[in-house]
Design a protein around this ligand. Structure first.
Ligand code: GLC
Length: 604
């Protein structure tokens, strides 16, 4: 992703952007209500990702912590989410902000203590929510005692990591065993003077890859899972699983990718990762973890696998060998990197990419943002915030929301001097803005008091976005209409059986418009229409639909900048001439309209 291009594009579009989204609901005629089968929580609830450093600073030092999260339970419950996923809170030298773990079964003091986590687990459960931890099995920190002992060749740690003598180069000196490149740029091999060998690291050199060909290491990681399951967590998001194994033959070079768009051999995209991604042994280990986790009732396993769709689907497993409940679906997120590429047709294509490839009886999911990608409002435009939250929450399957997306938080400009993310730092001053993940990791904006009410300390670990004065939770609570209020209404709406279990169908798609229906026999049925164009559009859904739609619909919810009278909540609108109105004068909000048609209105 090229952030510079994104920023430029947004500047051009923000002041002209107009988006309209419409959803229509009606009651199925003569239908019988479907028996309410009880589904597991991970199918019915919204997952909310908390980046602990940035959510709330309970013990004020400028960095968020566990006590802070515990103190925000009312907010989370009121928001309507059901599952809190915490990015790593374990002991870590923080070279990759917690994704470099030096002790998998203890808490980093920056976040608090084990008691604080126990308290958070209890609080989450007391409020009827679930909690997921981030499990980071691919690599540890180089400060983990396993690595220190492995460097010293102490049994049984000797082979806990991927070691190689390297190879003799043409000039007679010794070099890495192959051409593999780190995801964070440059060779994926680092020489350890002490051990006299190279070790492999898919990420930073401070994040050595663990070796799952060591039975002792495998057992250690199973013990880690058991430790947290016994603590009562409700499941895990498994980090970077795609990289768990590499081929055994470390002399193999990866082929240069023909379509990478880069001629920079230090860029991870330069190679085809035939030997370092999706290796068959990864699925075997995942099956073992599934088996272990299933000894505890009602747990979920979600995997992070950034890879081609056919490969992502393999991580579901099958009825004989079940693997993950789902892998995060990054295709929606990836397709929303740039406003200029967003059309009705592109949305349909992205939605179908997942649905068409989904193995039988498997559950879909949708992700709009996370701690590794820019904020939605900055990627595609502030005017798209409600529309995309609607898409995320109303498509069939489990949605994930990154903290602050319910408010439409935006990327924060971070100067080179303030840049913390190692990924940004490794690309240098000239390119850091294209790669740094700091802009989407800044403190949650709670209110307009100093430092956005995130902390009472005098400074924050990353700067607060200056827009906090008007873009914050309290302001959106107090406003008559706001992204937050739209989000809460959506969360409420998706609790209905139609959105949880209903079918999806696509009545009409065009360059400007994407629409879908959610229907369930005997329950309310809905139509969602999104106008991705930058101007007002009138659409005749009746005439153009692939299947029969009712003539009228009643608006049940709309985006905050649609102030038109005809789309007011409760208004009956004619689907033959649905007017998707333009935005306010600034044009920097989006239009979201949910139309609900009651039985009286349309079914007789
Ligand atoms: C995952 C995390 C990312 C981290 C990387 C290395 O992709 O989401 O933040 O840097 O793994 O652990």
């Amino acid at each position: 992703m090229n952030r510079r291009i994104i920023f430029t594009t947004l500047f051009t579009l923000l002041f002209v952007g107009v988006i309209v989204v419409i959803v229509v609901c009606f009651i199925a005629k003569n239908g019988k209500r479907v028996e309410e089968e009880v589904l597991p929580f991970w199918k019915t609830e919204i997952i909310y990702q908390v980046y602990p450093r940035s959510f709330f600073d309970g013990v004020p030092d400028g960095t968020g912590d566990l006590a802070g999260i515990s103190s925000r339970m009312e907010y989370l419950t009121h928001l309507g989410i059901g599952v809190v996923w915490l990015s790593p809170v374990f002991q870590s030298p923080m070279k990759d902000f917690g994704y470099d773990i030096s002790n998998y079964i203890d808490i980093d003091p920056i976040f608090g203590t084990m008691d604080d986590l126990d308290h958070l687990i209890a609080e989450v459960h007391r409020h009827g929510l679930k909690i997921l931890l981030d499990f980071v099995p691919n690599h540890s920190s180089d400060q983990h005692e396993w690595f220190i002992k492995s460097v010293n060749r102490e049994y049984p740690f000797t082979n806990y990591y991927v070691w190689s003598d390297g190879k003799v180069l043409a000039n007679g000196t010794r070099g890495p065993p192959n051409n593999w490149v780190s995801k964070f740029r440059g060779s994926a091999w680092e020489y350890s003077e002490k051990r006299g060998q190279y070790y492999y690291h898919q990420y930073l050199k401070e994040q050595p890859d663990l070796n799952y060909r060591s039975p002792n290491l495998k057992e250690e990681m199973e013990n880690v899972l058991t430790f947290w399951l016994k603590k009562g967590v409700d499941g895990f998001r498994i980090d970077a699983l795609v990289s768990l194994f590499e081929v055994e033959d470390l002399t193999l070079d990866e082929p240069v990718a023909s379509d990478s768009g880069t001629d920079d051999p230090d860029d991870h995209a330069y190679l085809n990762h035939t030997y370092t991604l999706n290796q068959p042994e990864t699925f075997e280990v995942l099956a073992q973890w599934r088996h272990l986790v299933d000894k505890y009732p009602n747990k979920v396993l979600i995997t992070e696998v950034y890879t081609a769709v056919e490969d992502v689907m393999r991580y579901y497993g099958n009825d004989t060998v079940p693997l993950a409940d789902f892998s995060f679906n990054y295709f929606l997120l990836d397709s929303l990197m740039n406003r200029s590429e967003l059309t009705g047709d592109s949305l349909k294509q992205t939605v179908n990419l997942w649905l068409d490839n989904l193995p039988p009886n498997k559950w879909p999911n949708w992700v709009l943002g996370n701690h590794d990608n820019g904020r939605v409002a900055s990627r595609v435009g502030k005017d798209m915030v409600d529309a995309l939250n609607m898409l995320n929450l109303l498509l069939p399957g489990t949605p994930t929301t990154y903290y602050g997306e319910e408010l439409g938080m935006e990327n924060t400009f971070i100067s080179w001097e303030d840049t913390k993310d190692p990924k940004g730092c490794r690309w240098g001053k000239e390119h850091y803005q294209e790669y740094s993940r700091d802009p989407e990791r800044t403190p949650m904006q709670w209110n307009k008091t100093s430092l956005a009410g995130f902390t009472t300390a005098s400074d924050t670990w990353l700067p607060v976005n200056p827009n906090y004065e008007y873009l914050n939770v309290l302001a959106q609570e107090e406003a008559e209409v706001s992204h937050l209020k739209v989000y809460r209404s959506l969360a409420e709406l998706r609790k209905t059986q139609t959105f949880i279990k209903g079918e999806i169908a696509f009545p009409f798609t065009s360059k400007d418009i994407f629409s879908f229906t959610r229907t369930l026999e005997g329950s309310e049925e809905y139509l969602v229409v999104i106008n991705t164009a930058v101007e007002e559009v009138e659409v005749n859904l009746h005439q153009n639909s692939n299947f029969e739609l009712p003539e009228h619909g009643t608006v049940v919810l709309r985006s905050i900048n649609d102030t038109s009278q005809h789309n007011e909540i409760g208004s009956v609108v004619n689907l033959e001439e649905l007017l998707l109105v333009p935005g306010e004068a600034q044009g920097d909000y989006q239009h979201l309209v949910i139309l609900a048609v009651s039985e009286d209105d349309i079914c007789n």
